[in-house]
Design a protein around this ligand. Sequence first.
Ligand SMILES: [Fe+2]
Ligand SMILES: [Fe+2]
Length: 154
Amino acid sequence: MTIKITDALVGEHGPLYAQLDRLATVTDGSVDAIQSCAQLLAAGLASHARLEDELLFAALEQRTGRDSLLEDMYEDHEQVDALLSELARVDDPEQARSLAARLVALARNHFAKEEKAVFPLAEQVLGDAELVRLGEDWEYRRLDTPFTLEANRQ
Ligand SMILES: [Fe+2]
Ligand SMILES: [Fe+2]
């Protein structure tokens, strides 16, 4: 299979957007309902962010240095992770709803920044051949990167 890593990562955003939509609508539910929805999302997000950090962002950083855009992406990943951890621990429904809403807004905004700024920049800076080589790494790593939150915490 030949796929550019940017296309693979955009593809991974698809089901994550669906899970964010679900979390946005479950916020009227109980703490348990919100937490179990967030837990499922967390597994997918952590694994996705890890492959981004270790493959695409690492390659970009080598070429452009750790610029403000990349710094912003790393920070978003950390903030998403922190919100997910906090959400897993609360038992007050109002707090759970508020954390879930912040998480949904942050993650949607983060995906939009990647799709509109980071991935187009990677296309320019790295070029097709490097993106396809990273796509091969993604394919290999995707098979052995478990979809669990704990396994992907760094
Ligand atoms: Fe990301
Ligand atoms: Fe992403």
